[in-house]
Design a binder for this molecule. Structure first.
Ligand code: NAD
Ligand code: DAU
Length: 353
């Protein structure tokens, strides 16, 4: 079996569903169920003997020791993190705790457990650390995309905390020989993404006739990847990634935010026309994010060359699937937009007008 951390969040939930759909081994999902974790995402696995949920914190060494001893997993796939840049600007503390201390605690317990395994067990064990392209900092328009050797230059408390966790993973391989692999992926989108992130926020606001907030001039560029492609890439790295290596994962799909928002508006105009007029009328330029990175782009040639992975979705196919998913899951969105979500919206957008 494999131990997944943070599997009740956006990418983790997609990963577990895809993993089991693809005939993967049993999964235990350790998740603290923060505001971003939602057990509903895995409701389809209720009664499935291959899946077990454990509510707990990756900062809890006793729980981790107990789980590793009991489960004897072949691999740990580590997604658990605080993941939203704007939240890290308002309150970095939780990011330092979960992303740095949590990853450290997981590494320490994994190292101790790995030391108890047989030679074969040690050889087969994997610690896969899921990270982000934001650790590389921001690119100028003419810069080449990030490669695995681009120097780290994190700019937000979120990316700095992820960079720290990447360095710890690297050190645990280099110093102790722990069999680690790290992935650095670009912006994901798709089903189950919490509507604090750009794409689901724009879809749900547009459907509710609310303003679509665009930070700054809307020309910040991200490299968008459909979440199912990210999950497939992680499976490839787990199966064949070289130990101690990092693999960049991206969609070869750079786009400015304004283009993303306009594309969503056009799709909604077709699929859910609004009598009040085209959805683009809701676009609202607001005060920029402090320290806002201008451009991210991933050079994903290493993972293609070594493991044969390439994204299967284009942005056109991925975004159409995503918009349809949100249209078909209005109840899921409504559940998430609880009191705590509304408080976040007031806090983040109240001061941008
Ligand atoms: P998310 O915020 O949707 O989910 C994070 C999950 O981690 C939640 O289920 C939450 O409950 C859980 N969690 C948080 N703190 C925890 C703790 N202390 N102990 C146990 N569980 C805890 O995040 P996501 O977007 O699914 O991202 C998953 C991972 O992928 C993160 O490590 C993130 O840095 C990385 N990543 C995300 C993207 C993206 O575009 N979303 C891109 C590249 C990399
Ligand atoms: O690059 C990978 C990263 O992508 C992940 O590591 C992070 O976990 C994930 O949250 C994401 O970070 P971003 O900051 O790029 O994602 P977000 O969806 O918050 O913002 C995408 C872009 O849209 C960014 O340029 C900011 C802008 N934006 C965002 C929001 C929420 C807006 O213009 N308006 C908004 O309301």
């Amino acid at each position: 079996m494999i131990l997944v951390t943070g599997g009740a969040g956006f990418i983790g939930a997609n990963f577990i569903l895809d993993w089991l759909r693809n005939g993967g081994d049993a999964v235990v999902n350790l998740d603290k169920l923060t505001y971003a974790g939602n057990a509903e995402n895995l409701a389809a696995l209720e009664g499935d003997s291959r899946y077990r949920f454990v509510c707990g914190d990756i900062c809890d060494p006793a729980l981790l020791q107990h789980l590793l001893a009991e489960l004897q997993p072949q691999a740990i796939v580590h997604f658990a993190a605080e993941s939203h840049v704007d939240r890290s600007i308002f309150g970095p503390g939780e990011f330092i705790r979960t992303n740095i201390e949590g990853t450290f605690t997981l590494l320490e317990t994994a190292r101790a457990h790995w030391g108890t395994l047989s030679a074969t067990g040690r050889e087969q064990f994997r610690f896969l650390h899921v990270s982000t392209d934001e650790v590389y900092g921001s690119l100028a328009p003419e810069d080449p995309p990030f490669t695995e050797t681009t120097p780290y230059q994190p700019n937000s408390p979120y990316s700095a905390s992820k960079a720290s966790s990447d360095h710890l993973v690297r050190a645990y391989h280099h110093t102790y020989g722990l069999p680690t692999v790290t992935t650095n992926c670009s912006n994901n989108y798709g089903p189950y993404q919490f509507p604090e992130k750009l794409i689901p926020l724009v879809i749900s606001n547009a459907l509710a006739g609310k303003p679509l907030p665009i930070y700054g001039d809307g020309m910040n560029v991200r490299d968008w990847l459909y979440v199912g492609d990210h999950c497939a890439a992680i499976r490839s790295v787990l199966a064949g990634g070289r130990l101690g290596e990092t693999y960049n994962i991206g969609g070869w799909n750079e786009m400015p935010n304004l283009t993303i928002v306009r594309t969503i508006c056009t799709l909604l105009d077709e699929l859910r026309p609004d009598a009040a007029g085209p959805h683009e009328r809701l676009i609202n330029f607001v005060k920029d994010r402090p320290g806002h990175d201008r451009r991210y782009a991933i050079d994903a040639r290493k993972i293609e060359r070594e493991l044969g992975w390439r994204p299967a979705e284009t942005f056109a196919t991925g975004i159409a699937k995503t918009v349809r998913w949100y249209l078909d899951h209005a109840e899921w969105v409504a559940h998430i937009q609880s009191g705590a979500y509304r408080e976040w919206v007031d806090k983040n957008y109240g001061q941008r007008q």
